[in-house]
Design a protein around this ligand. Sequence first.
Ligand code: SAH
Length: 462
Amino acid sequence: MNYLPIFIDIKQKPCLVIGGGDIALRKINLLLKADAAVTCVSTECCDGIKKLVKNNKIIHIEKAFEATDINTQMLIISATDDSTLNAQVSVLAKAANIPVNVVDSPELCSFVMPSIVDRSPIVIAISSAGKAPVLARLIRAKLESTIPHAYGKLAELAGNFRDQVKAKFNNIEDRRYFWEKTFSGIVAEKVFSGKVDEAKADLQAQLDGSTDSGVGEVYLVGGGPGDPDLLTFKALRLMQQADVILYDRLVSDGVMELVRRDAELIYVGKERDNHAVPQGDINQLLVDLAKQGRRVCRLKGGDPFIFGRGGEEIETLAENGVPFQVVPGITAASGCSTYSGIPLTHRDYSQSCRFVTGHLKDGSMNLPWDELAVEQQTIVFYMALVGARHLSEQLIAHGMRGDMPVALVEKGTTPDHQVYVTTLAGLPDLVENTTIHAPTLIIVGEVVKLREKLNWFDVGSD
Ligand code: SAH
């Protein structure tokens, strides 16, 4: 280790910043976050520093740096572009044994400033010992994206219960087990979803022994259209902590790769007219698994509330008193159109967009064709491959032009993403004479023309 990572308490302690530019301002703001008493010395200063002075946040001394300025300081940062001055500050501070940092000059520093992930009271500091600060920043970005913002609140909550937990469990092993369960269980999830008071009450009830905490939880998670990079952070977190995953045909292999390795996987597949597990049984299975105390992730393609029957599944959970959370996902219309270079709305071509299903409950396609067959509108048909001829005929019969552009997107956003562009009149022939694999989405509207210019996703071709 080149440096010892430590966290120093600088609350109300004198800290000196030399320099008055934007970089000095950034360092001052950081010191202020840790509640330091900051003095800034510089001949000139930027507006940001002036504002801090005006708001009585720091003291600014308008003058050139002098050796005596370092007296009584606890920590010094030199942020000037004068290398002679920076070197002088470094020598003086080191001689006086005051920790000093000179921006962008690791050889002059006695301490380096890390990249920080701030989930106070949890703080993660990353340092490359001044060798590769950009790499440290990239690592920071990775951590930022995987550590939920509410970890701070969770740590805060744990802090408030620390003494009670210590009193209840004499044994350190028992304490550790309790905290591990808390940090990866329902209490943590409640904190993450903003229900801190409920989380507190649950934790208290567990410590009082007044809950059986026997019921698990169900996460109804939108897995997006296929590309795993389109998952939300929340979806990924819940997929990785669930004990059981119920998934169906629409969830892509790439997304399934990311579920917890040792989770039990239950396929409840769904194909048109061939439901591997009937919907009612899926609803009941979710209830039964949760009642066994398990954390169940019901993973669905796209968004669970868009033609996903997610509403029915959580209705049964609600009726049975099973706690649940719903995580939205990128719906097929959004993913497929974007990855095909087709904006769903555009000032010149379309001011509204409708998502409709081409497969109704009773098997028919009884849609409000008059409302659909209008100009300046995009229509996205889900589950419409079988009904393609019918929808083409109906739209034309209700006044839509036969040369209206249409795109058919097959396995959108996946490595097999394929787009077929045709016209409304040409759609039936295309579908009947081409081998097209589900899932597919049909986009009807002038916006389809924009694909010629805006296509950016290279996999697949027309
Ligand atoms: N809840 C899902 C939709 C479920 S309905 C969502 O929000 O996306 C199933 C239909 O979605 C399929 O018949 C197809 O029309 C569409 N679909 C889902 N994923 C798709 C994909 N990757 N490519 C093309 N169409 C897709």
